[in-house]
Design a protein around this ligand. Structure first.
Ligand code: V47
Ligand code: SF4
Length: 379
């Protein structure tokens, strides 16, 4: 048994530590036990043990990031999720939807900065239909063939297929042919029906969200998965959400990364109805997802929502990815995020090095682009 597991022997978590050390799968009950446990440092150490098991020899200390940009073609949305301040702003002057040319012009701005990935997502706008996105993807691939396009959540795929009358499979095949490389993990929110009802989440039900990711995986389109917290969910809801993702991953295997998201409330009517998660809650989400999602290779500390300092702390709670440089983020900033709109690669590398890890610049599917130079990042 590795020394770190040995150190849990007499502790409350010894049974779960044995499971993690031996690579045995945690049950939902085990995960709930972790949520109930007040010993945060011990949970962090367990998550680190799980991360090291998963990382592979010589890569235990690797923390990944990417040069990327977000593009959001429209903030109009046919849905009205209560937690979303980005879509359908009260001030009409702030509503927008971009032409294909505008999207391409934004992408060229990112290309000049050397980005490797475009993260393209938006609201559900009838003008931004399947033909619009096929056009966007074809133009991006033609003009910027070296940039990976991670685009369209399962909710958007569902919307596009309903607008076009095509099945999800046909929609995804058409998008792939036009240039879609992978899919982001948004739109999952929390799968618990009662919370979805309270948050007025009427869109794409969990079973459809999971099925669309399964179809994407079968077509060779890899994807991510998210979980939104701070919207009135319980620990049991979070465990159920992660178990559903783990089961889907057992079936289709194409998820790359899990991203716990933290709700920001400006412009919403959610406070005081819901309790914002504490730092300990957020670190537990990272750590428990790392241990429970034994078939997800990567857990992302999304610095835009956590803030740079907490994202850095999350690295010693099982996270091994800091997302990317981003350039301009709209969804969380519309809801009051105070993080900068972009973090330079140098700053991300410094945060990683200062936490005792090795910064690794990656592409979207986690191929290593460059192993960071620790001494320059420290400077
Ligand atoms: O699905 C909406 C969430 C998500 C708020 O796949 C909010 O690599 C916080 O999915 N406060 C979009 N969150 C973001 C997302 C994502 C981000 C970074 C990387 C990846 C990836 C995916 O943002 C939505 C929703 O769950 N959201 N409103 C809010 N007020
Ligand atoms: Fe629309 Fe997504 Fe915002 Fe819901 S979270 S209102 S689906 S943009």
């Amino acid at each position: 048994m590795p020394a770190v597991a040995e150190s849990f022997k007499s502790g409350k978590l010894s049974r779960i530590a044995d499971k993690v050390a031996s690579g045995a799968r945690l049950s939902p009950g085990d995960a709930l036990e972790l949520y109930d446990c007040a010993d945060l440092p011990q949970i962090g150490r367990l998550a680190e043990l799980a991360r090291q098991r998963q990382a592979g020899a010589g890569q235990e200390q690797f923390v990944y990031y990417i040069h990327n940009m977000h593009i959001n073609p429209t903030n109009y949305c046919a849905e009205t999720c209560r937690f979303c301040s980005y879509a359908n702003p009260r001030e009409q002057s702030k509503a927008y939807h971009w032409s294909v040319d505008q999207v391409i012009a934004e992408a060229h701005k990112g290309a000049r900065l050397g980005i490797a990935e475009i993260h393209l997502v938006g609201g559900l706008h009838p003008a931004c239909n399947l033909d619009y996105y096929l056009d966007v993807l074809r133009r991006l691939k033609k003009e910027l063939p070296h940039i990976h396009i991670k685009a369209l959540t399962a909710v958007e795929i569902d919307y596009l297929s309903r607008l076009s009358g095509l099945s999800s499979n046909e929609t995804l095949m058409a998008l792939k042919e036009a240039g879609l490389d992978s899919m982001p993990g948004g739109g999952a929110e929390i799968f618990a029906p009662a919370v979805r009802k309270a948050m007025l989440v009427k869109k794409t039900p969990p079973s459809t969200w999971l099925t669309i990711h399964g179809i994407a995986h079968s077509l060779g389109i890899r994807s991510n998965a998210t979980m939104l917290t701070g919207i009135g969910e319980t620990a049991a809801n979070k465990v159920d959400h992660m178990i559903m993702l783990r089961e889907q991953q057992d079936k289709s295997g194409g998820f790359m990364c899990f991203i716990p998201l933290k709700c920001h409330y400006q412009g919403t009517d959610l406070l005081p109805e819901v309790t914002p998660p504490s730092e300990a809650d957020l670190l537990k989400d990272i750590a428990i997802s790392r241990i429970l999602l034994d078939n997800f290779a990567h857990i992302k500390a999304y610095w835009i929502q956590l803030g740079a300092q907490l994202a850095q702390k999350a690295l010693s709670f099982g996270a091994d990815d800091m997302d990317g440089t981003i350039q301009e983020e709209k969804v969380t900033h519309a809801a009051g995020a105070t993080t900068p709109l972009q973090l330079a690669a140098q700053q991300i590398e410094s945060l990683i090095v200062q936490a005792g890890y090795v910064p690794v610049e990656r592409d979207t599917v986690y191929n290593i682009v460059r192993i960071g130079n620790s001494s320059t990042a420290k400077a």
